[in-house]
Write a protein that binds this ligand. Structure first.
Ligand code: SAH
Length: 458
């Protein structure tokens, strides 16, 4: 049996979605015992030090390599082993994209064991660095912006993140100078004391506009004129908010936002349209790849001028508004009030008139549609839910209107495959036409997938 600190020779034959190498260890006591090796790539043969042994598997770190993998690259980031943000900094980007196809395949095989679901090759991100238009830095007790270490709330201070938009680092430096100059206290999760909790940044890449949100455990910020004047001197800064979050919670933003400087929303340009974004509204973090996804739906969903589209989880309106010119009408449902008010503004500023918007939960779809004339009942449904996927009520509501097409946009292959198994088992006339993954989140374990589903006559 393996013991802590023992050194063993292993061969890595797989990688997990968290970027750990997987090896199998055999001796007279154990057969094919799984060992997860940090920062090891598939194909590598190495001596590893065992750092933790559990009944069914163990964890190890590399000591020395006999054979390095062809896909290994030297990470540019110095903190990648400690920071929880990235999983794949030590392998080449094309290899990462290939692994992500495997994650989607695994999720579908698990839920459709007797059915072969063809997964298309993953469409790589146009940029594999500096693609994030949004960052949320926890503030350390030393007044530095960082990221949480893997699976913990310990803050790792970071000099430079290779995923974030390059406009963010100078803003972080200005914020950190303010903290040290005025000796402003920073939040301590254990005691619940200290003021500054998070420094959040969001950029609209199509226009360059930037929004800053300072999350505080209190109701005011000392020397706020000095702070807003230093931050607003940076190029692109258009809006600075304070978010009041005094709860002992992991949720970064509370509902209480106060505008300190500038305008209430920032405006982006995407798919030749303008979109306003508020602090609490969802917006895809990789804009060029989001544009690819929206264009893919536009070009491949087979929509016509007779279609009425139900856009569930519609956010600030992106998908529905982009498709609205192709179809007769769009009915959108979204639960966050600021996002719905952005969607209303986005409809007006893009001069769209066939768009109906509801502030409600997707689970209330049946009630909402029952108030509409029968000619307005949608025949196409688009869903783009958060990671937890669809709930039972929403699936029922979708199937009740018997749509000719369903388009499922998902950021979690596990819940996507689970929901599609339920949909196709409940109504076997629905067939999965195309499963197209997109890498929206290079270097991390996440992958986005669009599935086109149509009803066939049986
Ligand atoms: N389609 C949009 C947003 C997708 S993100 C886009 O492409 O930008 C998922 C959205 O679902 C978020 O805006 C979130 O606020 C919303 N949401 C979460 N739970 C919901 C629910 N139960 N009902 C309706 N919308 C919900």
């Amino acid at each position: 049996m393996l013991k802590k600190n023992e050194i063993v020779k292993l061969t890595i034959d797989k990688m997990t979605f968290e970027g750990l190498g997987v090896a199998r260890y055999n001796d007279e006591d154990c057969n094919n015992f799984a060992v997860f090796v940090h920062a090891a790539a598939v194909g590598e043969i190495l001596d590893c030090r065992i750092v933790k042994v559990l009944p069914k598997y163990a964890f190890a770190i590399p000591e020395s390599f006999d054979l390095l993998s062809d896909i290994r690259v030297e990470p540019e980031c110095k903190t990648y082993r400690r920071c929880g943000g990235c999983s794949f900094s030590n392998i080449s980007y094309p290899a990462e994209v290939e692994f992500k196809k495997g994650f989607v395949e695994d999720a579908f095989h698990k839920n459709f064991p007797s059915n072969v679901c063809k997964i298309e090759d993953v469409i790589a991100s146009p940029q594999d660095e500096f693609y994030r238009n949004k960052a949320q830095f926890p503030v350390s007790l030393n007044g530095k912006c960082g990221f949480f270490a893997k699976n913990t709330h310990r803050i790792v201070e970071i000099e430079k993140c290779f995923l974030n938009d390059e406009a963010f680092l100078p803003l972080v430096e200005t914020f950190e100078s303010y903290i040290s100059r005025y000796m402003v206290s920073c939040y301590n999760e254990e005691t619940g004391k200290g003021l500054l909790r998070h420094f959040c940044l969001r950029k609209a890449p199509g226009t360059g506009e930037i929004m800053i949100i300072i999350v505080v455990n209190g109701r005011d910020i000392p020397h706020k004129e000095q702070l807003t004047s230093a931050l607003s001197a940076h190029d692109g800064v258009k809006s600075i908010y304070m978010n009041i979050n005094t709860a002992n919670t992991n949720v970064i933003l509370s509902r209480e936002c106060r505008l300190l400087w500038g305008k209430e929303t920032i405006r982006d340009r995407l798919c030749s349209m303008f979109f306003d974004i508020s602090p609490l509204s969802f917006y895809q973090i990789n804009s060029p790849q989001a544009e690819n996804i929206y264009n893919y739906i536009k070009e491949n969903a087979g929509l016509t001028q007779d279609d009425i589209v139900l856009d569930l989880y519609s956010g600030i309106g992106t998908i529905g508004l982009i498709l609205s010119r192709q179809v007769k009408k769009v009915i959108a449902i979204e639960v966050v009030e600021q996002a719905v008010s952005n969607a209303a503004q986005n409809m007006l500023q893009n001069d769209i008139r066939n768009y109906l918007l509801y502030l409600a939960s997707a689970a209330e779809t049946t009630d909402i549609l029952s108030g509409l004339p029968s000619a307005d009942i949608p025949n196409v449904v688009i869903v783009d839910p958060p990671r937890k996927g669809l709930d039972e009520e929403t699936i029922k509501a979708m199937l009740k209107i018997n749509p000719r097409k369903i388009i499922y946009v998902s950021c979690n292959p596990a819940t996507l495959a689970r929901d599609l198994e339920i949909i196709t088992r409940t109504e076997p006339s629905y067939k999965l036409d195309k499963i197209q993954p997109f890498d929206m989140f290079p270097r991390t374990s996440h992958v986005e997938t669009v599935v086109l589903i149509s009803k066939t006559e049986i």
